[in-house]
Design a protein around this ligand. Structure first.
Ligand SMILES: [Zn+2]
Length: 158
């Protein structure tokens, strides 16, 4: 059965179908051909929720950080924002001064590879259901804990 709804832009009809999302990650086009969305068969308008767009941006950022040999600051900033992290949060998570993160993001030089890999890891964790806030909380706990509890497994997104 075909899923359809009226287009919000024109008199056409939007059909639930495959389409390729393209993100511009700091000048690199990242294509995501496995998306499903309502696409208007007249004007081509694609209906996506803000949550869906955020997910697409996270996957684009992950792909860029994983597949590029090095990234510049603009890509780090894109990835951090896609992960929903403030600059101070990323600084806390990586134990790097906020000023240094800020310098990485605004510089035209390559970001240190360790930061690129760590940012990719944070996006992967978020994608697998780990709360980045819980990691920030853990980073601010007093050292010397002698007891930890294994968290309940997170259900996989469909
Ligand atoms: Zn339309």
């Amino acid at each position: 059965m075909e899923l359809k709804k009226p287009c919000t832009h024109c008199d056409g009809e939007s059909v639930y179908s495959q389409y390729t999302y393209r993100a511009n990650v700091a000048g690199v086009t990242v294509s995501d051909p496995r998306q499903m969305a309502y696409v208007c068969n007249v004007c081509g308008e694609v209906l996506l929720t803000t949550g869906e767009v955020a997910g697409l941006q996270r996957r684009a950022a992950m792909t860029a950080l994983r597949d590029l040999p090095s990234i510049r600051g603009e890509a780090l900033r894109y990835a951090r924002k896609a992960a929903g992290l403030r600059l101070v949060d990323l600084a806390r998570l990586l134990d790097i001064a906020p000023e240094t993160i800020s310098r990485y993001e605004t510089s035209n030089d390559a970001v240190p590879r360790a930061v690129q890999v760590a940012m990719h890891g944070l996006l992967l964790l978020r994608e697998s259901g780990v709360s980045l806030q819980s990691l920030i909380d853990a980073a601010t706990k007093p050292v010397g804990a002698t007891e930890l509890v294994v968290p309940a497994p997170t259900p996989h997104a469909a």
